[in-house]
Design a protein around this ligand. Structure first.
Ligand code: GLN
Length: 490
């Protein structure tokens, strides 16, 4: 079997050729979930009936000879911060347990209209705050390559499900790396689109000026397919602009002469084996005819503090809505005023990391400290945006590690929170600048854990980074993609 053939196309062909019915395919996935979710902890809810009903409708279409759209009948998952009408959506927080949205996120409407088969909702760090999935109130998702390691975060459940072959693909959200980092940790492809390329309507907000929804998939072709399906201008999100152009048709373009930027700052503090894999990847690109352009990115050192100030500030405002009055968790009857009820509810409903960020965010926005922290961070955000704009004057794509290391062992984040924040260094600048970036596998460490490479593009240049990633994937098919399991075992 061809190594880098997309998993989605492969499954679609099985359906179209009637080698398997959609109900059989869906049942196979549901059985695999039954068997493997206990050890992966990828799903926090399984939507069996929804999946089987959709599969039945797809089988009807196949039987009547109707054309299937690209994602039709393909079993998939959604991170549990993407609103699904009539299906519980918790953000993996106690405060939202039992919350059933009365509307769909636009991305889910778009996929549902193609008869995507939703298998269930997947695990995540509480309100997407974290890098290991361990802040989830359901406990973290595990890495399919080694269960003693985390799947990453915050979209750890999606990555664990796709990597563990209990979903064909999934949608995650990325505020500072939450699609790319778990994709990197689980040997998958993760695309964080340009800010505005995908509608955020129905995505439960963490930090609205940084959040974007995107795919986590097994191959680059799958990522292009899913991105094309969800990148549409949406009147329900005033920041949505839609995608620049369909990307799938643009894969397989020659990259001779493509200018790939490399900044030394991006390699400081990166573990040796990760650095080595990246150096090897640069050589692969040179052998494909790309030109390497070295440049300086001194603003990189500001990215982490800017991110954590702005993200927490926005979170403190966004999470102000959880007052337990209209929906969500409420403390027991033991209170004497509405103020006390809200205080108790929020203290009991939010986990420690979320509380820490609300407190930090409220502090940097408070009148005495606004200028010193929030305003300064906003100004520095401008400097980061400008630095990338300058870089793209001399290159088409920027190549960096996705994470300075491979998947943490379980418990790493709770031992050293500051060190965990520091591992976000390669991914957060991209959200600050609103750029698109993709993480693709580029090797393994000595324990067999995947290493990820990040390719950053200019705004709305998704097709450039997807094509560059596709060329790399083809060039490395036998070494790095040997673990890609294309289909269900028939
Ligand atoms: N790890 C980062 C954080 O904890 C990014 C999370 C995300 O992208 N949602 O904020």
């Amino acid at each position: 079997m061809e190594k880098t053939k997309g998993k989605i196309k492969y499954l679609g062909e099985l359906l179209r050729n009637k080698e398997i019915s959609c109900q059989e395919l869906t049942t196979k996935y549901l059985e695999s979930i039954n068997q493997d979710n206990g050890k992966l902890n990828a799903y926090v809810s399984v939507t069996e009936q929804e999946a089987l009903d959709t599969a039945k409708a797809v089988d009807k279409k196949i039987a009547s000879g109707e054309e299937l759209s690209p994602l039709e009948g393909i079993p998939m998952t959604l991170k549990d911060n993407i609103s699904t009408k009539d299906i519980e959506t918790t953000c993996c927080s106690k405060i939202l347990q039992g919350y059933v949205p009365i509307y769909n996120a636009t991305v889910w409407d778009l996929l549902k209209s193609q008869n995507a088969v939703l298998l269930g909702k997947t695990n995540m760090d509480e309100f997407a705050m974290g890098s290991s999935c361990e802040t989830s109130c359901f406990g973290g998702a595990n890495n399919p390559h080694n269960l003693a390691h985390v799947a990453g975060g915050s979209s750890g459940g999606v990555a664990s499900a796709v990597g563990g072959n209990i979903a064909a693909y999934g949608l995650g959200s990325d505020t500072g790396g939450s699609i790319r980092q778990p994709a990197s940790f689980c040997g998958l492809v993760g695309l964080k689109p340009t800010y505005g390329a995908v509608s955020r309507y129905g995505l439960i907000a963490y930090a609205s000026s940084l959040d974007q929804i995107g795919p986590i998939t097994s191959t680059v072709e799958d990522a292009a397919l899913v991105f094309d399906a969800i990148s549409k201008k949406d009147p329900m999100d005033s920041t949505s602009q839609g995608g620049a152009e369909p990307t799938l048709a643009k894969l397989n373009q020659d990259i001779k002469g493509l200018k790939i930027g490399v900044a030394k700052e991006y390699f400081e503090g990166v573990r040796d084996d990760v650095k080595k894999a990246l150096e090897q990847s640069i050589k692969t690109y040179v052998s494909l005819g790309a030109q390497i352009v070295y440049f300086d990115l001194p603003v990189l050192k500001y990215a982490l503090p800017v991110y954590y100030i702005l993200a927490c500030a926005e979170a403190s405002s966004n999470l102000g809505r959880y007052d337990s009055i209209r929906y969500g968790y409420r403390t027991d009857e033991n209170y004497h005023s509405i103020h006390e009820m809200i205080c108790k509810t929020r203290s009991e409903g939010f986990g420690k990391e979320v509380q820490r960020r609300i407190l930090l965010g409220t502090y940097v926005l408070s009148s005495g400290y606004y200028d010193a922290y929030y305003k300064k961070a906003q100004r520095l955000r401008g400097a980061v945006v400008k630095a990338f704009q300058n870089a793209f004057q001399s290159c088409d794509v920027i190549l960096t590690p996705t994470v300075p290391m491979t998947a943490f062992e379980q418990g790493f984040s709770s031992k050293d929170q500051i060190e965990t924040y520091q591992t976000d260094i390669c991914t957060v600048p991209i959200n600050i600048a609103g750029l698109p970036a993709i993480s693709i596998p580029c090797g393994f460490d000595s324990k067999g854990l995947p290493i990820g490479m990040q390719l950053i593009g200019n705004t709305f240049c998704e097709s450039t980074i997807l094509n560059a990633a596709y060329q790399f994937e083809n060039a490395c098919a036998n070494q790095i993609y040997k673990n890609v399991d294309l289909g269900v075992k028939l």
